[in-house]
Ligand binder design. Structure first.
Ligand SMILES: [Cu+2]
Length: 152
């Protein structure tokens, strides 16, 4: 009996170890790409879920690991991938926004004092217009699939 309880607890911890809740919002699997020496910017990605009945907006992010964090969107423009800063990312009721390298939204860590190393973790504070602030733990992983975040 004791063993069963322990296993169940472990399984639930493992399943929920990497997502965070703030009121009706869920923030799932925040990750950042490892950067090469000398790089001063890095991309971070997470999934935002709104389980509530009203829209909210991610309006800011910050971390002690970078001088500032910008909210970016990426889109194809005449065959060229372009990235621009946005003043907020809206999450409608019931919506899930999955950030991933190469398209759509991402968080951009600006003026990194040191490269982001594979396996490192750092705190990232997200500010939402209605729900307020939450700190999430972000994992650094090797950039996969040969995608390189383009330079600024
Ligand atoms: Cu960017």
């Amino acid at each position: 009996m004791k063993i069963l309880v322990t296993l169940a607890l472990f399984a639930s911890l493992a399943a929920h170890a990497h997502d965070f809740s703030l009121k009706d919002l869920r923030i799932v699997h925040p990750v950042a790409n490892a950067t090469v020496p000398g790089a001063t910017t890095g991309g971070a990605y997470l999934t935002l879920e709104n389980k509530g009945r009203t829209a909210d907006r991610l309006v800011a992010a910050s971390t002690p690991r970078a001088k500032r964090v910008e909210l970016h969107t990426m889109s194809m423009d005449g065959g060229v991938m372009r990235m621009r800063e946005v003043d907020g990312i809206e999450i409608k009721p019931g919506e899930t926004i999955k950030m991933r390298p190469g398209s759509g939204f991402h968080l951009m860590l600006m003026e990194l004092p040191a490269p982001l190393k594979d396996g490192e973790t750092f705190p990232l504070t997200l500010t939402f217009e209605k729900s307020g602030k939450v700190e999430v733990k972000t994992w650094v992983q090797k950039a996969k699939g040969g995608h390189e975040h383009h330079k600024h």
